[in-house]
Design a protein around this ligand. Structure first.
Ligand code: ADP
Length: 551
Protein backbone atom coordinates (compact mmCIF):
# COMPACT_ATOMS: atom_id res chain seq x y z
CA UNK A 1 0.00 0.00 0.00
CA UNK A 2 2.84 2.36 0.95
CA UNK A 3 4.59 1.69 -2.37
CA UNK A 4 1.45 2.28 -4.43
CA UNK A 5 0.73 5.54 -2.63
CA UNK A 6 4.33 6.66 -3.13
CA UNK A 7 4.19 5.80 -6.83
CA UNK A 8 0.92 7.74 -7.26
CA UNK A 9 2.23 10.78 -5.39
CA UNK A 10 5.51 10.74 -7.33
CA UNK A 11 3.91 10.43 -10.74
CA UNK A 12 1.44 13.27 -10.02
CA UNK A 13 4.07 15.66 -8.66
CA UNK A 14 6.76 14.84 -11.27
CA UNK A 15 4.29 15.35 -14.13
CA UNK A 16 3.17 18.59 -12.42
CA UNK A 17 6.73 19.88 -12.04
CA UNK A 18 7.57 19.09 -15.67
CA UNK A 19 4.38 20.71 -16.98
CA UNK A 20 5.05 23.79 -14.84
CA UNK A 21 8.63 23.97 -16.14
CA UNK A 22 7.36 23.79 -19.73
CA UNK A 23 4.77 26.52 -19.04
CA UNK A 24 7.32 28.82 -17.41
CA UNK A 25 9.76 28.25 -20.26
CA UNK A 26 7.09 29.33 -22.74
CA UNK A 27 6.25 32.47 -20.73
CA UNK A 28 9.92 33.35 -20.34
CA UNK A 29 10.47 32.93 -24.05
CA UNK A 30 7.52 35.17 -24.97
CA UNK A 31 8.76 37.82 -22.51
CA UNK A 32 12.26 37.66 -23.90
CA UNK A 33 10.87 38.09 -27.48
CA UNK A 34 8.90 41.18 -26.33
CA UNK A 35 11.87 42.74 -24.55
CA UNK A 36 14.11 41.99 -27.58
CA UNK A 37 11.56 43.81 -29.81
CA UNK A 38 11.67 46.88 -27.49
CA UNK A 39 15.44 46.73 -27.49
CA UNK A 40 15.50 46.68 -31.32
CA UNK A 41 13.12 49.68 -31.44
CA UNK A 42 15.52 51.57 -29.17
CA UNK A 43 18.44 50.59 -31.49
CA UNK A 44 16.45 51.80 -34.49
CA UNK A 45 16.15 55.21 -32.83
CA UNK A 46 19.95 55.50 -32.98
CA UNK A 47 19.79 55.34 -36.83
CA UNK A 48 21.03 58.60 -38.27
CA UNK A 49 19.36 59.46 -41.65
CA UNK A 50 21.99 62.09 -42.37
CA UNK A 51 24.84 59.52 -42.27
CA UNK A 52 25.87 58.00 -45.67
CA UNK A 53 24.05 54.75 -46.56
CA UNK A 54 27.32 52.73 -46.82
CA UNK A 55 29.11 49.70 -45.41
CA UNK A 56 31.27 51.85 -43.15
CA UNK A 57 28.25 53.66 -41.74
CA UNK A 58 26.52 50.28 -41.12
CA UNK A 59 29.52 48.99 -39.18
CA UNK A 60 29.70 52.17 -37.04
CA UNK A 61 25.99 51.85 -36.31
CA UNK A 62 26.51 48.16 -35.42
CA UNK A 63 29.39 48.98 -33.09
CA UNK A 64 27.28 51.55 -31.32
CA UNK A 65 24.35 49.16 -30.70
CA UNK A 66 25.98 45.70 -30.66
CA UNK A 67 23.34 44.54 -33.19
CA UNK A 68 23.76 43.20 -36.69
CA UNK A 69 22.92 46.00 -39.11
CA UNK A 70 21.81 45.56 -42.71
CA UNK A 71 21.12 48.37 -45.22
CA UNK A 72 18.95 47.44 -48.21
CA UNK A 73 17.54 49.15 -51.24
CA UNK A 74 13.75 49.49 -51.52
CA UNK A 75 13.56 46.08 -53.30
CA UNK A 76 15.50 44.25 -50.59
CA UNK A 77 18.91 44.19 -52.33
CA UNK A 78 21.62 44.37 -49.64
CA UNK A 79 23.69 47.57 -49.74
CA UNK A 80 25.72 46.96 -46.59
CA UNK A 81 25.82 44.36 -43.77
CA UNK A 82 27.79 44.63 -40.54
CA UNK A 83 28.17 40.89 -40.14
CA UNK A 84 28.91 39.41 -43.57
CA UNK A 85 29.86 40.65 -47.08
CA UNK A 86 26.50 39.95 -48.62
CA UNK A 87 26.19 43.14 -50.71
CA UNK A 88 24.18 42.64 -53.86
CA UNK A 89 22.26 39.69 -52.41
CA UNK A 90 18.54 40.11 -52.00
CA UNK A 91 16.66 39.70 -48.64
CA UNK A 92 13.27 40.45 -50.19
CA UNK A 93 11.98 36.99 -49.18
CA UNK A 94 12.65 37.54 -45.45
CA UNK A 95 9.46 37.94 -43.41
CA UNK A 96 10.57 41.22 -41.67
CA UNK A 97 11.73 42.68 -45.03
CA UNK A 98 8.46 41.87 -46.77
CA UNK A 99 6.52 43.46 -43.88
CA UNK A 100 8.68 46.61 -43.95
CA UNK A 101 8.24 47.01 -47.75
CA UNK A 102 4.48 46.57 -47.38
CA UNK A 103 3.66 48.21 -44.01
CA UNK A 104 6.76 50.30 -43.15
CA UNK A 105 8.12 47.95 -40.42
CA UNK A 106 8.27 44.22 -39.54
CA UNK A 107 9.64 41.77 -36.97
CA UNK A 108 10.75 38.17 -37.47
CA UNK A 109 12.37 35.47 -35.32
CA UNK A 110 14.31 32.64 -36.98
CA UNK A 111 17.61 30.93 -37.22
CA UNK A 112 19.85 32.99 -39.44
CA UNK A 113 21.50 31.23 -42.38
CA UNK A 114 24.32 33.73 -42.31
CA UNK A 115 24.90 33.97 -38.53
CA UNK A 116 23.88 30.39 -37.72
CA UNK A 117 22.04 31.42 -34.50
CA UNK A 118 18.47 32.17 -33.47
CA UNK A 119 17.96 35.86 -34.27
CA UNK A 120 15.24 38.46 -33.95
CA UNK A 121 15.14 41.05 -36.70
CA UNK A 122 13.47 44.47 -36.91
CA UNK A 123 13.25 46.05 -40.36
CA UNK A 124 12.04 49.69 -41.06
CA UNK A 125 11.39 51.44 -44.37
CA UNK A 126 12.97 54.93 -44.53
CA UNK A 127 10.67 57.08 -46.55
CA UNK A 128 13.26 59.77 -47.41
CA UNK A 129 15.27 62.50 -45.78
CA UNK A 130 18.99 63.03 -45.21
CA UNK A 131 21.33 61.06 -47.39
CA UNK A 132 19.16 57.92 -47.44
CA UNK A 133 17.27 57.29 -50.71
CA UNK A 134 13.48 57.11 -50.23
CA UNK A 135 12.12 53.57 -49.69
CA UNK A 136 15.46 52.21 -48.44
CA UNK A 137 15.30 49.54 -45.76
CA UNK A 138 17.26 49.41 -42.46
CA UNK A 139 17.33 46.18 -40.45
CA UNK A 140 18.76 45.50 -37.01
CA UNK A 141 19.02 41.99 -35.50
CA UNK A 142 20.18 40.50 -32.24
CA UNK A 143 20.56 36.93 -31.08
CA UNK A 144 17.67 35.44 -29.10
CA UNK A 145 17.65 32.37 -26.81
CA UNK A 146 15.43 29.51 -28.08
CA UNK A 147 12.70 27.98 -25.85
CA UNK A 148 14.81 24.85 -25.52
CA UNK A 149 17.83 26.78 -24.29
CA UNK A 150 15.61 28.42 -21.68
CA UNK A 151 14.55 24.92 -20.57
CA UNK A 152 18.15 23.65 -20.55
CA UNK A 153 19.15 26.67 -18.45
CA UNK A 154 16.36 25.87 -15.98
CA UNK A 155 17.17 22.11 -15.87
CA UNK A 156 19.46 22.08 -12.75
CA UNK A 157 16.74 23.91 -10.83
CA UNK A 158 14.13 21.46 -12.10
CA UNK A 159 16.26 18.49 -11.05
CA UNK A 160 16.67 19.95 -7.56
CA UNK A 161 12.94 20.41 -7.37
CA UNK A 162 12.42 16.78 -8.39
CA UNK A 163 14.80 15.47 -5.71
CA UNK A 164 13.05 17.57 -3.11
CA UNK A 165 9.72 16.35 -4.43
CA UNK A 166 10.75 12.67 -4.10
CA UNK A 167 11.86 13.25 -0.51
CA UNK A 168 8.64 15.06 0.34
CA UNK A 169 6.58 12.31 -1.31
CA UNK A 170 8.44 9.62 0.63
CA UNK A 171 7.86 11.33 3.96
CA UNK A 172 4.28 12.18 3.12
CA UNK A 173 3.46 8.66 1.90
CA UNK A 174 5.00 7.12 5.02
CA UNK A 175 3.18 9.46 7.37
CA UNK A 176 -0.11 9.05 5.52
CA UNK A 177 -0.01 5.26 5.32
CA UNK A 178 1.13 5.00 8.94
CA UNK A 179 -1.79 7.11 10.02
CA UNK A 180 -4.23 5.06 7.90
CA UNK A 181 -2.75 1.64 8.56
CA UNK A 182 -2.12 1.91 12.29
CA UNK A 183 -5.77 1.33 13.30
CA UNK A 184 -6.02 -1.57 10.83
CA UNK A 185 -2.79 -3.09 12.18
CA UNK A 186 -4.05 -2.68 15.76
CA UNK A 187 -7.31 -4.37 14.83
CA UNK A 188 -5.52 -7.23 13.09
CA UNK A 189 -3.26 -7.79 16.12
CA UNK A 190 -6.27 -7.84 18.41
CA UNK A 191 -7.99 -10.35 16.08
CA UNK A 192 -4.94 -12.61 16.04
CA UNK A 193 -4.77 -12.76 19.84
CA UNK A 194 -8.52 -12.66 20.45
CA UNK A 195 -8.85 -16.45 20.89
CA UNK A 196 -12.62 -16.40 20.78
CA UNK A 197 -13.13 -12.95 22.34
CA UNK A 198 -14.78 -10.13 20.36
CA UNK A 199 -12.58 -7.43 18.78
CA UNK A 200 -13.48 -3.72 18.98
CA UNK A 201 -12.35 -0.48 17.28
CA UNK A 202 -13.10 3.20 17.98
CA UNK A 203 -12.84 4.10 14.26
CA UNK A 204 -16.25 4.21 12.61
CA UNK A 205 -14.79 3.30 9.18
CA UNK A 206 -13.32 0.08 10.60
CA UNK A 207 -16.42 -1.03 12.52
CA UNK A 208 -17.78 -3.12 9.58
CA UNK A 209 -14.40 -4.86 9.38
CA UNK A 210 -14.43 -5.56 13.13
CA UNK A 211 -17.97 -6.94 12.80
CA UNK A 212 -16.87 -9.24 9.97
CA UNK A 213 -13.90 -10.41 12.03
CA UNK A 214 -16.16 -11.21 15.00
CA UNK A 215 -18.52 -13.20 12.76
CA UNK A 216 -15.55 -15.08 11.29
CA UNK A 217 -14.22 -15.72 14.78
CA UNK A 218 -17.52 -17.22 15.90
CA UNK A 219 -17.74 -19.33 12.73
CA UNK A 220 -14.15 -20.58 13.10
CA UNK A 221 -14.82 -21.37 16.78
CA UNK A 222 -17.83 -23.51 15.78
CA UNK A 223 -15.86 -25.28 13.07
CA UNK A 224 -12.88 -25.97 15.35
CA UNK A 225 -15.24 -27.38 18.03
CA UNK A 226 -16.89 -29.61 15.40
CA UNK A 227 -13.52 -30.82 14.06
CA UNK A 228 -12.32 -31.56 17.63
CA UNK A 229 -15.50 -33.55 18.30
CA UNK A 230 -15.07 -35.46 15.00
CA UNK A 231 -11.46 -36.28 15.92
CA UNK A 232 -12.56 -37.42 19.40
CA UNK A 233 -15.22 -39.72 17.92
CA UNK A 234 -12.83 -41.07 15.27
CA UNK A 235 -10.30 -41.85 17.99
CA UNK A 236 -12.99 -43.50 20.08
CA UNK A 237 -14.05 -45.66 17.13
CA UNK A 238 -10.48 -46.56 16.26
CA UNK A 239 -9.58 -47.36 19.86
CA UNK A 240 -12.62 -49.55 20.34
CA UNK A 241 -11.77 -51.54 17.21
CA UNK A 242 -10.60 -55.07 17.85
CA UNK A 243 -8.37 -54.73 14.76
CA UNK A 244 -5.14 -52.79 15.00
CA UNK A 245 -4.58 -49.89 12.63
CA UNK A 246 -1.50 -47.74 12.15
CA UNK A 247 -0.98 -45.00 9.57
CA UNK A 248 2.61 -43.90 9.14
CA UNK A 249 5.04 -42.26 6.73
CA UNK A 250 8.21 -43.83 8.16
CA UNK A 251 8.80 -46.10 11.20
CA UNK A 252 9.44 -42.98 13.28
CA UNK A 253 6.72 -40.81 11.73
CA UNK A 254 3.47 -42.35 12.91
CA UNK A 255 0.45 -40.25 11.96
CA UNK A 256 -2.22 -42.31 13.65
CA UNK A 257 -2.28 -45.49 15.70
CA UNK A 258 -5.12 -47.07 17.68
CA UNK A 259 -4.85 -48.76 21.06
CA UNK A 260 -4.82 -52.33 19.70
CA UNK A 261 -1.99 -51.61 17.25
CA UNK A 262 0.00 -49.67 19.88
CA UNK A 263 -0.28 -52.63 22.27
CA UNK A 264 0.63 -55.27 19.67
CA UNK A 265 3.51 -53.23 18.23
CA UNK A 266 4.86 -52.12 21.66
CA UNK A 267 4.56 -48.58 20.38
CA UNK A 268 5.70 -45.68 22.57
CA UNK A 269 4.70 -42.16 21.57
CA UNK A 270 7.39 -40.21 19.65
CA UNK A 271 9.52 -43.37 19.34
CA UNK A 272 10.01 -45.44 16.15
CA UNK A 273 7.85 -48.58 15.92
CA UNK A 274 10.23 -51.37 17.12
CA UNK A 275 8.75 -54.12 14.92
CA UNK A 276 9.39 -52.14 11.71
CA UNK A 277 13.16 -52.37 12.15
CA UNK A 278 13.56 -55.44 14.39
CA UNK A 279 11.56 -57.85 12.20
CA UNK A 280 13.67 -58.34 9.07
CA UNK A 281 10.75 -59.54 6.92
CA UNK A 282 8.68 -56.46 7.88
CA UNK A 283 11.70 -54.19 7.26
CA UNK A 284 12.10 -55.81 3.80
CA UNK A 285 8.42 -55.21 2.96
CA UNK A 286 8.71 -51.53 3.96
CA UNK A 287 11.91 -51.13 1.96
CA UNK A 288 10.39 -52.76 -1.14
CA UNK A 289 7.44 -50.33 -1.23
CA UNK A 290 5.16 -53.20 -2.35
CA UNK A 291 2.00 -53.89 -0.34
CA UNK A 292 2.16 -57.28 1.39
CA UNK A 293 0.54 -59.50 3.99
CA UNK A 294 2.44 -61.30 6.77
CA UNK A 295 1.45 -63.59 9.63
CA UNK A 296 2.91 -63.17 13.11
CA UNK A 297 2.32 -64.96 16.42
CA UNK A 298 2.12 -62.58 19.39
CA UNK A 299 1.65 -64.38 22.71
CA UNK A 300 -0.92 -67.13 22.20
CA UNK A 301 -2.56 -65.48 19.20
CA UNK A 302 -2.04 -65.41 15.45
CA UNK A 303 -2.23 -62.07 13.63
CA UNK A 304 -2.34 -61.00 10.02
CA UNK A 305 -0.27 -57.87 9.26
CA UNK A 306 -1.59 -56.27 6.07
CA UNK A 307 0.72 -53.51 4.80
CA UNK A 308 -0.78 -51.18 2.18
CA UNK A 309 2.15 -49.05 1.19
CA UNK A 310 1.76 -45.62 -0.35
CA UNK A 311 1.52 -42.04 0.81
CA UNK A 312 1.05 -42.61 3.71
CA UNK A 313 1.44 -46.31 4.59
CA UNK A 314 -1.36 -48.22 6.30
CA UNK A 315 -0.98 -51.29 8.50
CA UNK A 316 -4.07 -53.30 9.42
CA UNK A 317 -3.60 -55.97 12.08
CA UNK A 318 -6.28 -58.66 12.29
CA UNK A 319 -6.60 -61.42 14.89
CA UNK A 320 -6.76 -64.62 12.82
CA UNK A 321 -6.31 -67.10 15.69
CA UNK A 322 -9.78 -68.60 15.26
CA UNK A 323 -9.75 -68.77 11.48
CA UNK A 324 -6.28 -70.32 11.48
CA UNK A 325 -7.33 -72.84 14.15
CA UNK A 326 -10.43 -73.62 12.09
CA UNK A 327 -8.32 -74.08 8.97
CA UNK A 328 -5.88 -76.30 10.88
CA UNK A 329 -8.69 -78.34 12.36
CA UNK A 330 -10.35 -78.69 8.94
CA UNK A 331 -7.10 -79.97 7.44
CA UNK A 332 -6.62 -82.39 10.34
CA UNK A 333 -10.21 -83.58 9.98
CA UNK A 334 -9.79 -84.24 6.24
CA UNK A 335 -6.47 -86.05 6.87
CA UNK A 336 -8.08 -88.21 9.59
CA UNK A 337 -11.14 -89.04 7.51
CA UNK A 338 -8.97 -89.96 4.55
CA UNK A 339 -6.78 -92.11 6.76
CA UNK A 340 -9.70 -93.89 8.41
CA UNK A 341 -11.36 -94.57 5.06
CA UNK A 342 -8.24 -95.82 3.43
CA UNK A 343 -7.86 -98.97 5.57
CA UNK A 344 -11.28 -100.60 4.89
CA UNK A 345 -11.22 -99.47 1.26
CA UNK A 346 -7.81 -101.04 0.62
CA UNK A 347 -8.99 -104.29 2.19
CA UNK A 348 -12.29 -104.32 0.22
CA UNK A 349 -10.52 -103.55 -3.06
CA UNK A 350 -7.79 -106.17 -2.43
CA UNK A 351 -10.23 -109.01 -1.73
CA UNK A 352 -12.54 -108.02 -4.60
CA UNK A 353 -9.59 -108.01 -7.05
CA UNK A 354 -8.47 -111.46 -5.87
CA UNK A 355 -11.98 -112.88 -6.27
CA UNK A 356 -12.39 -111.17 -9.63
CA UNK A 357 -9.11 -112.67 -10.90
CA UNK A 358 -10.37 -116.17 -9.97
CA UNK A 359 -7.26 -116.69 -7.87
CA UNK A 360 -9.14 -117.65 -4.69
CA UNK A 361 -10.11 -121.25 -3.93
CA UNK A 362 -13.92 -121.59 -3.60
CA UNK A 363 -13.72 -122.59 0.09
CA UNK A 364 -12.11 -119.24 0.96
CA UNK A 365 -14.50 -117.02 -0.98
CA UNK A 366 -17.12 -117.06 1.78
CA UNK A 367 -14.56 -115.92 4.39
CA UNK A 368 -13.39 -113.13 2.08
CA UNK A 369 -16.96 -112.01 1.44
CA UNK A 370 -17.48 -111.78 5.22
CA UNK A 371 -14.38 -109.59 5.51
CA UNK A 372 -15.62 -107.37 2.67
CA UNK A 373 -19.01 -106.97 4.41
CA UNK A 374 -17.30 -106.22 7.75
CA UNK A 375 -15.07 -103.57 6.21
CA UNK A 376 -18.07 -102.08 4.35
CA UNK A 377 -19.94 -101.88 7.69
CA UNK A 378 -16.94 -100.17 9.20
CA UNK A 379 -16.89 -97.67 6.33
CA UNK A 380 -20.62 -97.08 6.69
CA UNK A 381 -20.17 -96.55 10.46
CA UNK A 382 -17.48 -94.00 9.82
CA UNK A 383 -19.60 -92.15 7.27
CA UNK A 384 -22.60 -92.20 9.65
CA UNK A 385 -20.44 -90.81 12.47
CA UNK A 386 -19.11 -88.05 10.24
CA UNK A 387 -22.63 -87.17 9.10
CA UNK A 388 -23.85 -87.12 12.72
CA UNK A 389 -20.95 -84.95 13.72
CA UNK A 390 -21.45 -82.44 10.89
CA UNK A 391 -25.24 -82.45 11.26
CA UNK A 392 -24.97 -80.91 14.74
CA UNK A 393 -23.80 -77.57 13.26
CA UNK A 394 -26.72 -77.32 10.88
CA UNK A 395 -29.32 -78.61 13.33
CA UNK A 396 -31.62 -75.65 13.89
CA UNK A 397 -34.65 -77.74 15.00
CA UNK A 398 -36.43 -76.39 18.07
CA UNK A 399 -35.92 -77.90 21.56
CA UNK A 400 -38.70 -79.56 23.52
CA UNK A 401 -38.99 -81.27 26.87
CA UNK A 402 -37.57 -84.81 26.83
CA UNK A 403 -38.09 -87.23 29.68
CA UNK A 404 -34.53 -88.54 30.19
CA UNK A 405 -35.57 -91.11 32.80
CA UNK A 406 -37.90 -92.79 30.28
CA UNK A 407 -35.32 -92.55 27.51
CA UNK A 408 -32.67 -94.37 29.60
CA UNK A 409 -35.14 -97.15 30.40
CA UNK A 410 -35.97 -97.46 26.70
CA UNK A 411 -32.38 -97.60 25.50
CA UNK A 412 -30.82 -99.79 28.10
CA UNK A 413 -32.57 -102.91 26.80
CA UNK A 414 -30.56 -102.67 23.57
CA UNK A 415 -27.29 -103.01 25.52
CA UNK A 416 -28.27 -106.23 27.35
CA UNK A 417 -26.48 -108.63 24.91
CA UNK A 418 -23.22 -106.72 25.10
CA UNK A 419 -23.43 -106.45 28.89
CA UNK A 420 -24.02 -110.16 29.12
CA UNK A 421 -21.22 -110.86 26.67
CA UNK A 422 -18.70 -109.10 28.93
CA UNK A 423 -20.40 -110.18 32.11
CA UNK A 424 -20.84 -106.59 33.24
CA UNK A 425 -23.12 -105.77 36.12
CA UNK A 426 -25.45 -102.84 35.42
CA UNK A 427 -26.46 -100.59 38.29
CA UNK A 428 -29.22 -98.06 37.67
CA UNK A 429 -29.99 -95.20 39.99
CA UNK A 430 -32.43 -93.23 37.88
CA UNK A 431 -34.81 -90.68 39.39
CA UNK A 432 -38.16 -90.80 37.63
CA UNK A 433 -39.61 -87.97 35.62
CA UNK A 434 -36.39 -86.07 35.03
CA UNK A 435 -36.91 -83.82 32.02
CA UNK A 436 -34.55 -81.55 30.08
CA UNK A 437 -35.03 -79.18 27.13
CA UNK A 438 -33.49 -80.85 24.08
CA UNK A 439 -34.44 -83.24 21.30
CA UNK A 440 -34.82 -87.00 21.68
CA UNK A 441 -32.28 -87.87 18.94
CA UNK A 442 -29.59 -85.73 20.56
CA UNK A 443 -30.02 -87.36 23.97
CA UNK A 444 -30.09 -90.82 22.31
CA UNK A 445 -26.74 -90.01 20.66
CA UNK A 446 -25.23 -88.93 23.99
CA UNK A 447 -26.55 -91.89 25.98
CA UNK A 448 -25.59 -94.44 23.30
CA UNK A 449 -22.03 -93.11 23.10
CA UNK A 450 -21.44 -92.97 26.86
CA UNK A 451 -23.07 -96.35 27.64
CA UNK A 452 -21.42 -98.19 24.73
CA UNK A 453 -18.01 -96.75 25.76
CA UNK A 454 -18.72 -97.84 29.36
CA UNK A 455 -19.15 -101.39 28.06
CA UNK A 456 -16.48 -101.32 25.32
CA UNK A 457 -13.69 -100.02 27.59
CA UNK A 458 -14.81 -102.05 30.63
CA UNK A 459 -13.14 -105.12 32.01
CA UNK A 460 -14.62 -108.61 31.95
CA UNK A 461 -16.87 -108.91 34.99
CA UNK A 462 -16.77 -105.19 35.67
CA UNK A 463 -19.68 -102.95 36.48
CA UNK A 464 -21.52 -100.05 34.86
CA UNK A 465 -23.50 -97.51 36.82
CA UNK A 466 -26.03 -95.10 35.33
CA UNK A 467 -27.39 -92.47 37.67
CA UNK A 468 -29.79 -89.61 36.97
CA UNK A 469 -30.84 -86.98 39.48
CA UNK A 470 -33.42 -84.24 38.92
CA UNK A 471 -33.99 -80.92 40.61
CA UNK A 472 -33.07 -77.51 39.30
CA UNK A 473 -30.02 -78.86 37.60
CA UNK A 474 -30.43 -82.51 36.55
CA UNK A 475 -27.26 -84.60 36.45
CA UNK A 476 -26.38 -87.75 34.50
CA UNK A 477 -23.43 -89.93 35.53
CA UNK A 478 -22.19 -92.95 33.54
CA UNK A 479 -19.51 -94.67 35.62
CA UNK A 480 -17.60 -97.83 34.74
CA UNK A 481 -14.91 -99.90 36.37
CA UNK A 482 -12.99 -100.29 33.12
CA UNK A 483 -9.48 -99.61 31.84
CA UNK A 484 -9.53 -95.92 32.84
CA UNK A 485 -7.60 -93.07 31.27
CA UNK A 486 -4.17 -91.55 31.78
CA UNK A 487 -4.03 -87.86 32.74
CA UNK A 488 -2.92 -86.92 29.20
CA UNK A 489 -5.63 -89.00 27.47
CA UNK A 490 -8.24 -87.43 29.75
CA UNK A 491 -7.52 -84.05 28.12
CA UNK A 492 -7.65 -85.40 24.60
CA UNK A 493 -10.49 -87.92 24.41
CA UNK A 494 -12.97 -85.23 23.28
CA UNK A 495 -10.81 -84.32 20.23
CA UNK A 496 -12.08 -85.58 16.90
CA UNK A 497 -10.59 -88.92 15.82
CA UNK A 498 -8.69 -89.30 19.06
CA UNK A 499 -8.47 -92.88 20.24
CA UNK A 500 -6.19 -94.10 23.01
CA UNK A 501 -5.43 -97.42 21.28
CA UNK A 502 -5.33 -97.06 17.49
CA UNK A 503 -5.38 -100.84 16.99
CA UNK A 504 -9.00 -100.88 18.14
CA UNK A 505 -10.12 -98.39 15.49
CA UNK A 506 -13.17 -99.47 13.61
CA UNK A 507 -13.14 -103.00 14.98
CA UNK A 508 -13.84 -103.31 18.73
CA UNK A 509 -13.62 -99.53 19.06
CA UNK A 510 -14.95 -96.65 17.04
CA UNK A 511 -13.14 -93.90 15.16
CA UNK A 512 -12.77 -91.42 18.00
CA UNK A 513 -15.83 -89.40 16.98
CA UNK A 514 -18.31 -90.52 19.69
CA UNK A 515 -17.07 -88.30 22.54
CA UNK A 516 -16.43 -85.41 20.10
CA UNK A 517 -20.15 -85.61 19.18
CA UNK A 518 -21.15 -85.75 22.89
CA UNK A 519 -19.01 -82.71 23.65
CA UNK A 520 -20.37 -80.76 20.68
CA UNK A 521 -23.97 -81.50 21.64
CA UNK A 522 -23.34 -80.47 25.29
CA UNK A 523 -21.58 -77.28 24.20
CA UNK A 524 -24.49 -76.29 21.96
CA UNK A 525 -27.02 -76.98 24.71
CA UNK A 526 -24.92 -75.17 27.32
CA UNK A 527 -24.52 -78.30 29.45
CA UNK A 528 -21.37 -79.01 31.44
CA UNK A 529 -19.51 -82.21 30.52
CA UNK A 530 -16.83 -83.58 32.85
CA UNK A 531 -14.74 -86.74 32.99
CA UNK A 532 -13.28 -88.36 36.09
CA UNK A 533 -10.95 -91.30 35.57
CA UNK A 534 -8.12 -93.28 37.12
CA UNK A 535 -5.99 -95.44 34.87
CA UNK A 536 -6.76 -99.10 35.44
CA UNK A 537 -9.67 -98.39 37.79
CA UNK A 538 -12.47 -96.87 35.79
CA UNK A 539 -14.02 -93.77 34.29
CA UNK A 540 -17.06 -91.57 34.95
CA UNK A 541 -18.67 -89.13 32.51
CA UNK A 542 -20.84 -86.48 34.19
CA UNK A 543 -23.27 -84.17 32.45
CA UNK A 544 -24.87 -81.28 34.33
CA UNK A 545 -27.94 -80.21 32.37
CA UNK A 546 -27.61 -76.48 33.11
CA UNK A 547 -30.47 -74.23 32.07
CA UNK A 548 -29.50 -72.59 28.83
CA UNK A 549 -29.21 -68.84 29.39
CA UNK A 550 -31.65 -66.87 27.23
CA UNK A 551 -29.69 -64.77 24.75
P1 ADP B 1 -14.52 -94.40 20.03
O1 ADP B 1 -15.60 -94.47 19.00
O2 ADP B 1 -13.19 -94.77 19.54
O3 ADP B 1 -14.92 -94.99 21.28
P2 ADP B 1 -14.85 -92.02 21.44
O4 ADP B 1 -14.79 -90.63 20.99
O5 ADP B 1 -16.16 -92.46 21.98
O6 ADP B 1 -14.40 -92.89 20.25
O7 ADP B 1 -13.75 -92.27 22.52
C1 ADP B 1 -12.45 -91.77 22.29
C2 ADP B 1 -11.45 -92.60 23.01
O8 ADP B 1 -11.58 -92.38 24.41
C3 ADP B 1 -11.65 -94.06 22.85
O9 ADP B 1 -10.98 -94.56 21.75
C4 ADP B 1 -11.08 -94.59 24.13
O10 ADP B 1 -9.72 -94.81 24.00
C5 ADP B 1 -11.32 -93.52 25.13
N1 ADP B 1 -12.52 -93.80 25.95
C6 ADP B 1 -13.79 -93.43 25.71
N2 ADP B 1 -14.62 -93.84 26.70
C7 ADP B 1 -13.85 -94.51 27.59
C8 ADP B 1 -14.10 -95.14 28.83
N3 ADP B 1 -15.34 -95.23 29.36
N4 ADP B 1 -13.06 -95.73 29.48
C9 ADP B 1 -11.81 -95.65 28.97
N5 ADP B 1 -11.49 -95.07 27.81
C10 ADP B 1 -12.50 -94.48 27.13
Amino acid sequence: MRKRLLAALLSITVVGILLLAALFTDIFYDNSVESAKNQLRVYMNFFDVSAPFTQESAETYAEKTGARVTFMQADGTVVADSFAPVQGETREDREEVRAAIAQGEGFAVRESDTVGENMIYYCVRIDGGGSVPAGSLVRVGITLNTGLSFFVDALPTIVWFLVLDILCCLIFAWLLTSAVLKPVEDLTKEFATASGKEVWTKYAELKPLAKLMNEMNADIGDKVARIKEDIRIEKLVLDSMEHGIAIFRTPSDVILINKTAARLLNYEENEPVPLFSEDQEVADVLASGESASLYRKIGEKDYNFRFTLGEPNVLLITDVTESMAAARSKNEFIANVTHEMNTPLTSIKGFAELIGAGAVPPERIQGMAKTIIKQSDRLANLIRSIINFSAIDSDELPDYEVNVSELIAELIGGFEPKLRQKNIALRMDVEQGVKVMSRRERLVEILNNLVSNGIRYNKEGGSLEISLTGGKQPRLVVRDTGIGLSAEDKTRIFDRFYTVDKSHNGAGGGFGLGLAIVKKLCLRAGWELKVESTLGEGTAFIIDFCQKKEQ
